[in-house]
Design a protein around this ligand. Structure first.
Ligand code: MSP
Length: 590
């Protein structure tokens, strides 16, 4: 457990630096304080009212360096969750991503680059915007912590914490890590050798990042006052932190005691940030600033009387395991202090490693996601990351595994099944769909193998949905790929190409119809379910299968055996050669 060692030397008024009579905290300044300051906030929609839109967030990215595969992974998981909601019919689901632009890390990076911090942020935030666009991320907004609306939200947030008596001034002594943007107590640091240069330094035991001793007077948040409330919240909301392993570790940390938190830094050390309201000698701590982004987008400060119009609380914050403390302890405590609703779930994932060490821009062992997508394709990369990335366990990034997955699951699995079905000479998918669904009230599918496969297809979407409910996209994707695997076996055994030759045997042609229909249904159902994971390839597949573009025909409900009576005529030519294959051979196969 990390504890902050505070020596409180003064409880001097927060107003110390305010010009007499000129400054008071915002809430006091207002003649009519905002009503929501003193009221609880309805987290649940009133009965009968339209539920608020589903809201999922990614962490916001530091702009001191370029994006890497770990960043793409975190944003991808959030995108899959949002797209899944859209598939379920929640078309107003929202996804927020963006950049974290203040703090020591950015201040130092700007200095090293000979740029003004704002210029560095303007330049580097673009790389994250491009990443989101190139990776086909469906974010509804891209927030920057240098946006003026956000700065105002943070200052308002601060003023309210202060107004409620949760902020005090004190002397702080601790080890600060610029890389982690956090203070560590002396029990959490140790002498070590810089792996790159051999230089002796002090570093965090948890992250290995260099720390420097600092003594300063700054503002503190009364985090220690929230220990019991936090523990109660964890207990009453077992899904608050997922997977369970992270919940267990946070509960253990909080149970062992919380120290108050330093939430500002003297401006002569940190000038690149949001000034503390009423005290121009202090800059707001970057993590407090950054966490507020989630409510800035939701409209904070919420308009009195219109709180229920907000998308807050977030349904899911997706975060990497290195930032659970900030999201699972500090953030809920800040929100509790203001009686604001807490996010419903913090979905935590493990790390991507390179040669079994965490991929990180400060270590330099990073993979550029833009190069990887250019090399293997956007959807194959989305597939590889979603299929291999872990929530509880780290995954080692390996090009040979990307190629392995591409060939095995996509090219020879899904791609091959499509080609077999759509290019088969002895049948016509549309005719088989009409033959089986024609009578409308009863699907004409007979024979043990066909009925077994039908039963399998009826069950498969339920299993996928169960995994998505559990917020486990990887397991959900495995279930979808099971449809492909199972159907390939089914087609292999049924050998429709042989049945198609037995034209004078009525039983064979009847079976052929059933086999083609079942296989087309497998592809249609899998194609619909794959949309959140591989939106581009899933669209191509559904278009080739002639599934109407109408959202009703591509929704989760439509992923039901026998649902669609109208498909089977490709809405675009299948194409010849490479153009006709969903997953052409890779150009480079190392
Ligand atoms: N700015 C903070 C987040 C503030 S959220 C209010 C931050 N930024 S970051 O750029 O360092 O990291 C962004 C996300 O990428 C974090 O969730 C982090 O866990 C994730 N990853 C960074 N390296 C990673 C891997 N090697 N693997 C997987 N995810 C990793 O933290």
């Amino acid at each position: 457990m990390l504890k902050f060692e505070l020596r409180i030397i003064s409880r001097a008024s927060i107003f110390r630096n305010a010009k007499p009579g000129s400054w008071a905290c915002g809430p006091c300044r207002r003649a009519n304080p905002r009503p929501f300051l003193n009221r609880g906030y309805a987290t649940e929609a009133t009965p009968g009212a339209k539920p608020k839109p589903y809201y999922v967030t990614t962490p916001i990215f530091y702009v001191n360096a370029a994006p890497h595969i770990g960043h793409l992974y975190t944003i991808l998981i959030a995108d899959i969750l949002k797209r899944w909601q859209v598939l379920l019919g929640n078309g107003d689901a929202k996804l927020l991503t963006g950049t974290d632009e203040h703090g020591m890390k950015i201040q130092q990076a700007a200095l090293q680059n000979g740029l003004e911090p704002q210029a560095l942020c303007d330049r580097n935030c673009e790389t994250f915007k491009v990443l989101a666009k190139e990776a086909n991320i469906s974010n509804d907004h891209f927030i920057r912590t240098t946006d003026s609306a956000h700065k105002q939200a943070v200052q308002f947030f601060w003023e309210n914490l202060n107004h409620r008596g949760y902020i005090y001034e004190g002397k702080h002594e601790g080890w600060y890590s610029v890389s982690d943007e956090t203070f560590y107590p002396s029990s959490a640091v140790q002498p070590t050798l810089d792996p790159a240069t051999g230089r002796k330094m002090m570093a965090s035991i948890e992250t290995g990042k260099e720390v420097e001793l600092s003594q300063e007077t700054n503002y503190h948040f009364k985090l220690s006052a929230f220990q019991d409330r936090l523990l109660k919240h964890y207990k009453e909301n077992p899904n608050f932190i997922r997977p369970q392993v992270y919940m267990d570790s946070i509960v253990q940390n909080v149970s062992s005691g919380l120290q108050d938190l330093s939430i500002s830094r003297p401006v002569d050390r940190l000038s690149w940030g949001i000034p503390v309201p009423g005290d121009s000698t202090q800059t707001i701590y970057v993590w407090l600033d950054a966490l507020v982004n989630y409510i800035t987008y939701a409209g904070y400060p919420f308009t009195p009387g219109h709180e229920d119009k907000s998308i807050w609380p977030a349904d899911v914050h997706v975060v990497g395991k290195d930032i659970t403390r900030f999201h699972c302890i500090y953030w809920p405590a800040f929100l509790m202090a203001l009686d604001l609703p807490l996010p419903r779930t913090i979905l935590t994932h493990a790390h991507w490693t390179m040669n079994h060490s965490k991929m990180s821009k400060s270590t330099g062992n990073v993979v550029n996601p833009m190069f990887a997508m250019a090399r293997y394709g956007v959807d194959p990369m989305r597939f590889y990351l979603a299929m291999n990335g872990g929530l509880a366990s780290d995954t080692n990034y390996d090009n040979s595994f990307i190629v392995r997955d591409y060939k095995h699951s996509l090219q020879f699995g899904l791609g091959n099944l499509c080609s077999r079905m759509m290019r088969g000479k002895g049948w016509n998918i549309r005719e088989c769909v009409i033959a089986v669904t024609g009578s409308n009230d009863k699907l004409r599918v007979e024979g043990t193998e066909e009925l077994d496969h039908r039963a399998f297809l009826e069950e498969a979407p339920v299993l996928v949905s169960k995994q998505m409910d559990e917020l486990n996209p990887r397991r959900a994707l495995e279930e979808i790929m099971r449809i492909i695997e199972q159907t390939n076996k089914y087609v292999q055994d049924a050998a429709p190409w042989r049945l198609a030759k037995m034209t004078d045997d009525p039983k064979s042609s009847e079976r052929l119809t059933g086999v083609v229909y079942n296989t087309a249904e497998s592809l249609r159902i899998a194609g619909i379910l794959l949309q959140p994971f591989m939106p581009g390839k899933a669209k191509e597949l559904l278009d080739k299968l002639g599934v109407e573009q109408d959202i009703k025909k591509r929704s989760f409900t439509a992923a039901t055996y026998g649902f669609d009576l109208d498909y089977g005529t490709p809405s675009e030519p299948l194409g010849e050669g490479k153009k006709g294959t969903l997953f052409p051979p890779l150009l480079t196969e190392d």
